[in-house]
Design a binder for this molecule. Structure first.
Ligand SMILES: [Fe+2]
Ligand SMILES: [Fe+2]
Length: 169
């Protein structure tokens, strides 16, 4: 059996506890407490409007990712901070439904991209949708770019950092 196969499996297993934690938060966090006042200070007015259109649970997750990233990299660019807050804004197109979030969280990202319907489609496309929302509403271009790349950084060091901290939270 090739070692690459086992490497992949063990990396998936290592990510499992974090995934379970995130899923349980999406079920139980009906009283999500995103630090909106802090977040809004890092966003331009059009970006702030998009941020406020996100579900409270997504905002709380975004604040966690951003705070962890800034704690580790306090000199991050303002665009990276804003992108960390808005990285999942593409999910705001559809109302937050707990059962969908739980089911969708269990399907691997690449598989979700192949399914052109409902919540799974949105899960697969949310980076592109978020970037498009930012461009249409007048957000910064670099912020849109980072949002677009947050699941597939492809050589973009800042997007890779965002991807890394998103995975941890
Ligand atoms: Fe995402
Ligand atoms: Fe995320």
């Amino acid at each position: 059996m090739p070692t690459r196969f086992f490497g992949k499996i063990s990396s998936k297993l290592r990510k499992l506890p974090g995934k379970v934690k995130r899923l349980s938060r999406s079920v139980t966090a009906s009283q999500a407490q995103p630090n909106d006042a802090w977040a809004l200070g890092l966003l331009t007015p059009p970006e702030a409007r998009l941020y406020l259109s996100m579900d409270a649970r997504d905002r709380e997750h975004a604040c966690r990712v951003t705070a962890a990233l800034l704690a580790a990299y306090p000199d991050s660019s303002p665009e990276l901070s804003a992108a960390a807050l808005l990285h999942d804004s593409g999910k705001s197109l559809r109302p937050y439904r707990v059962h969908e979030r739980v089911l969708v969280g269990l399907v691997p990202g690449r598989a979700a991209q192949q399914l052109p319907f409902g919540a799974l489609y949105l899960r697969g496309q949310h980076p592109a949708i978020g970037a498009e929302l930012l461009r249409r509403t007048g957000g910064r271009e670099r912020v849109a770019e980072l949002v677009e790349r947050h699941h597939a950084p492809k050589g973009d060091a800042e997007a890779a950092l965002l991807h890394q901290f998103d995975d941890l939270e």
